[in-house]
Design a protein around this ligand. Structure first.
Ligand code: ADP
Length: 371
């Protein structure tokens, strides 16, 4: 082998040795890099595992939170329902409270009316009683001093006064008893089928003489001759005498009182009209209340207990009817009653006898009008 070749081969060997050396170096570097990478990977794996755990915890926590949130929603709804219920209860309590206040006020008013009634009634009872007892004392004196025969005319007058005042007491007691019976629900009507036109006409006829003595005139009018309906004629008489008695009380001499009967098919309308002092608008609603009277300072008449119209109203209502008043202060009043056109089945027979008012009934009912 020549020198040149030898040098060439040596050079090549050196170069490949160098190359090998470099490759080895490179491999070592790669191994190191690989190790580092795997180390890093290992770290990442750990981190991923940690993250998974953390994630699971978070999921668990958010699951718990959702449950808690659901519970809170339910609790909230319950609270809303409870507070709704409380609001309802509070509203109910407010209403009950208001009702109690109204009931209380009504009670106070009723108590006041009852108190006024007691004052009125004691006056109403005492006045005729005083007349009766002082007349009795007079008679006693006349008997004792032997002047009975010589004072004949006066004695007749005293006897009239005794009767008049006894009637007043009877009316008052009847009204109190019946008013209490109605209040307690014990008052019963004695209904029979009667010609209401005839009943009313007869009442008017029987009081006309009495009314004329008072310097008044009573006029009866009707648009039908006969109308048979179920009524309690005695109590119809009472109603009418009460209205006529008031019309007389509040009329002036020379005035006229009109009693009208009208057929309205389903009901009969009976009205009593006067041209007397009338009733102020503000009193129109209360005059039918028990024990209520128009302010006496405004009314010229200081007599009465305020039972009359309330009794009239109750008796009309027991007939299934109604009553109302129209009045103009200073010009007069009209009281109108509506009685339904019904018939009673039991007994069926029509009671054709128009009720002839007992004179005494009229005198009792009109007893608070002084001649
Ligand atoms: P009383 O038994 O005290 O007369 P009423 O119930 O009959 O009571 O009447 C109540 C009040 O209504 C009377 O006090 C009177 O003021 C008034 N009144 C009733 N009828 C008439 C009338 N025809 N004209 C004017 N006022 C009347």
């Amino acid at each position: 082998m020549n020198n040149k070749l030898y040098r060439q081969l040596t050079l090549q060997l050196e170069m490949s040795l160098k190359e090998n050396e470099e490759k080895e170096k490179r491999i070592i570097e790669l191994i190191i890099a690989n190790k580092e990478l795997s180390l890093q990977n290992e770290g990442k794996g750990n981190l991923a595992a940690e993250l998974i755990i953390a994630n699971k915890e978070l999921a668990f926590q958010s699951g718990e939170k959702a449950d808690r949130a659901a519970e809170l929603i339910i609790a909230n709804k319950e609270l809303a329902f409870q507070s709704g219920e409380k609001a309802d209860r509070a509203a109910e309590l407010v209403i009950t409270n208001k009702e109690l206040i109204v009931a209380n006020k009504e009670l106070i008013i009723a108590n006041k009316a009852q108190g006024e009634f007691l004052v009125n009634i004691s006056h109403e009872l005492k006045t005729p009683l005083n007349v009766i007892s002082s007349t009795a004392q007079l008679f006693d004196m006349y008997c004792k001093n032997g002047s009975l025969n010589t004072l004949n005319n006066s004695i007749v007058k005293y006897i009239d006064s005794l009767k008049q005042n006894s009637y007043r007491l009877s009316k008052l007691i009847n009204n109190i008893v019946d008013s209490s019976k109605i209040e307690a629900g014990f008052f019963e009507l004695n209904l029979s089928n009667k010609n209401i036109v005839g009943v009313i006409e007869e009442i008017v006829r029987s009081v006309s003489a009495f009314i004329e003595i008072k310097g008044l005139n009573i006029i009866f009018d009707t648009d039908i001759e006969e109308k048979i309906i179920a009524c309690d004629s005695e109590n119809i008489e009472r109603i009418l005498l009460n209205l006529i008695s008031n019309a007389i009380k509040f009329s002036d001499e020379g005035d006229e009182i009109f009693v009208d009967v009208k057929d309205k098919n389903e009901f009969v309308e009976i009205s009593v009209k006067d041209s007397g002092i009338g009733i102020e608008k503000k009193y129109l609603d209360i005059i039918f209340d028990r024990f209520k009277q128009v302010d006496k300072s405004l009314s010229r008449n200081a007599e009465g207990t305020g039972i009359g119209l309330s009794l009239v109203k109750s008796i009309v209502e027991l007939h299934g009817g109604s009553i109302y008043v129209e009045s103009e202060y200073g010009k007069g009043s009209t009281f109108t009653i509506k009685i339904p056109s019904r018939k009673v089945i039991n007994g069926n027979a029509i009671d054709s006898s128009n009720m002839i008012s007992e004179n005494e009934n009229i005198q009792v009912e009109l007893s608070d009008i002084y001649l």
